[in-house]
Design a protein around this ligand. Structure first.
Ligand code: NAG
Ligand code: NAG
Ligand code: NAG
Ligand code: NAG
Ligand code: NAG
Ligand code: NAG
Ligand code: NAG
Ligand code: NAG
Ligand code: NAG
Length: 540
């Protein structure tokens, strides 16, 4: 059967019987201001009625023997069947009493204890009880002697009211160490229109169980602790153990005399399970070289088991980069890489502009020392037929108009610079040799007639002797040049410029920039005249 049910059954039984037990003890302690009774022992219920009249009560007085008590003796005293009742008992009632039934005498010494003004109970009137931890702690607030008169019951722990567990009129739980304390039951008793308090106090002490545990040190069995020399370090050891188990640090002889190494006294607390939690520190006030790489052991032991934990002090690693610094470094590196990549991409895109800008800034001039006369030899279709008029104009007017007038280059244009007569072949050969670049204005009909010669000697210079660089200007869109000599196709794509009529016309257009980029660096001699410079070039 469940403990609670059993208790309830007992409870019902005791209330039903409502019997008042007689008190055989000679000395009775009771509390001032509370209801109290004395009952003569040895009267059986069969004799009950007949003996009522026969029982007599006396109080012993030190000075004048004894005095019989009757209802006139004190308004607080009632004589009921074979009870002497006090409503309530007071300090003046302290003394010796006896009852007489026939020849039968019974004596009691009543010690009335003064009420404690500052507490809900009197320390002289407590019932000491030990409860083993984890076992049931049961406190019932009941007094069967007055059960019919009680109409309210409350329970206090260390004079603080606690909630009663329903029908139990008390508390029941598994004992824990913090449950120890003074539990006071206060019954409110009603008699003749007056309220009285009936108190009973238990001094509950929670004691440890008998079952022993295996002592153990908590945490890992081996710990390394990183230290700097001269630092203060505490090694912490925590163990779960029984009361009489040994718990200690093993300290080497040389450390025992060292004031820097100090074993702290053990701190202990009880766990709620009734085990002892002990904590012991080994303190190094000033870590020295000799303390490093030594095992410091913390041991807990009893007859049955031993557990040890070892600590080792090691020197802190120096080059340890703290985590946040490392993170910041990575972020910086990524940021810088991205920035570098961006700059490189921009440089590639604006290479031409950057080079031109640099040339202007540094006033670089590649043309001074190579002993050549012309910056470029312009090779173009010389015959001015109606179907190649634009091309002719470009080579003879547009090209020199920009390169010579705006940028100070000196071009060699056959039609303009070569005096008629003389050996054309030799002439061309030597002119190309005197030029730094060979600009070929490429068109459909270019590869016919005598320009072939220029092309060939130029290609020879460029590809075999590497004396001249070729700049190819596609005047008519490429693709139509199916007849190009294979060697010309070897030219790097960047050395081929496409003329895009109107779009290329302004001298700040990409076409001219690219052309300038391919031309040798030359310090610009500003001999251009403004009138011609501004409207750039007239559309052909
Ligand atoms: C009560 O006492 C009288 C004599 O004193 C006796 O006659 C009677 O039987 C007793 N009654 C009981 C119930 O014992
Ligand atoms: C009460 O009575 C007891 C014994 O008779 C005595 O020792 C004690 O001092 C008395 N207390 C008071 C308050 O009179
Ligand atoms: C209550 O119990 C504890 C432990 O047994 C004891 O030390 C203390 O003196 C007791 N208190 C009183 C008032 O008897
Ligand atoms: C009931 O209260 C009276 C008066 O204080 C006391 O003598 C008696 O022991 C109490 N009975 C129980 C069961 O606590
Ligand atoms: C206790 O019971 C009496 C009558 O029996 C009543 O007058 C009184 O108010 C009750 N007190 C409480 C707190 O219930
Ligand atoms: C009874 O005890 C309560 C507290 O538990 C208190 O407030 C009340 O005054 C007491 N009554 C008497 C008559 O002592
Ligand atoms: C030991 O405990 C203290 C606090 O009580 C702490 O400051 C210290 O770092 C601990 N030592 C180790 C080695 O964990
Ligand atoms: C505290 O340490 C001492 C010394 O080792 C030991 O004798 C004692 O049992 C320890 N106390 C507890 C409660 O573990
Ligand atoms: C700790 O224990 C190890 C063996 O487990 C032993 O070698 C060492 O000397 C011990 N340290 C101390 C300080 O007793």
């Amino acid at each position: 059967m469940h403990r609670g049910e059993l208790f309830l059954l007992l409870c019902v039984f005791s209330v039903g019987s409502a019997s008042r037990s007689c008190i055989r003890r000679h000395q009775i302690h009771t509390l001032e201001g509370e209801p109290f009774y004395l009952k003569h022992c040895g009267i059986t219920s069969s004799e009950h009625k007949n003996e009522t009249a026969a029982i007599r009560w006396f109080r012993v007085h030190a000075s004048h023997g004894y005095v019989e008590l009757n209802t006139q003796s004190s308004p607080r005293i009632t004589l009921q069947s074979h009870y002497l009742e006090f409503w309530p008992v007071e300090l003046e009632d302290n003394g010796t009493y006896f009852s007489q039934v026939g020849n039968d005498h019974q004596t009691w010494t009543l010690i009335v204890i003064k009420r404690n003004e500052h507490s809900c109970f009197s320390e002289k009137l407590v019932i000491n009880k030990n409860v083993e931890v984890k076992k049931s702690l049961l406190i019932k607030c009941e007094n069967s002697s007055y059960s019919e008169l009680i109409n309210h019951t409350s329970l206090y722990k260390n004079c603080k009211e606690i909630v009663l567990q329903g029908l139990l009129r008390g508390i029941q739980k598994d004992a824990e160490f913090e449950d120890g304390g003074y539990y006071t039951c206060v019954h409110s008793v009603h008699h003749n229109g007056k309220q009285y308090n009936l108190t009973k106090t238990y001094n509950i002490t929670i004691i440890e169980g008998n079952s022993k545990i295996t002592p153990a040190i908590l945490g890992r069995k081996f710990d390394t602790v990183e230290v700097d020399l001269g630092e203060e370090v505490e090694l912490n050891c925590t163990a779960l153990l029984n009361k009489n188990d040994l718990f200690y640090w093993s300290i080497r002889k040389e450390d025992r005399s060292n004031p820097n190494v100090h074993e702290d006294t053990n701190m202990t607390t009880w766990t709620s399970e009734g085990k002892l939690h002990a904590f012991k520190k080994l303190t190094f006030r000033n870590v020295a070289e000799t303390n490093l790489n030594v095992l410091y052991n913390c041991t807990v032991t009893n007859e049955e088991a031993t557990d040890t934990k070892s600590f080792m002090l090691v020197r802190k690693e120096m080059a340890d980069i703290p985590g946040h610094v490392f993170m910041r470094g990575i972020i910086m590196a990524v940021f810088i890489s991205v920035a570098v990549v961006c700059v490189v991409i921009l440089c590639v895109i604006y290479k031409v502009d950057l080079v031109l800008f640099y040339r202007r800034l540094a006033e670089r001039d590649e043309t001074l020392t190579d002993g050549k006369t012309y910056d470029a030899f312009v090779s173009y279709l010389k015959e001015c037929r109606p179907d190649n008029g634009e091309e002719h104009t470009f080579a003879v007017e547009t090209l020199p108009g920009v390169l010579e007038k705006q940028f100070g280059y000196k071009l060699c244009i056959f039609e303009r610079d070569v005096v008629p007569g003389g050996a054309v072949v030799d002439e061309i050969q030597s002119l190309i040799e005197k030029s730094r670049r060979l600009i070929i204005v490429l068109s459909k009909s270019y590869l016919t007639n005598e320009t072939r010669l220029e092309l060939e000697s130029g290609l020879h210079e460029a590809l075999v002797e590497r004396k001249i660089k070729i700049i190819l200007i596609e005047f008519t869109p490429a693709g139509s040049f199916t007849f190009l000599p294979p060697s010309l196709k070897l030219l790097k794509p960047c050395r081929v410029l496409k003329w895009q009529a109107d779009k290329s016309l302004p001298y700040n257009s990409r076409f001219w920039k690219n052309l300038l980029y391919l031309m040798p660096a030359k310090a610009i001699k500003p001999w251009r005249d403004e009138a011609e410079a501004l409207p750039v070039l007239s559309t052909p």
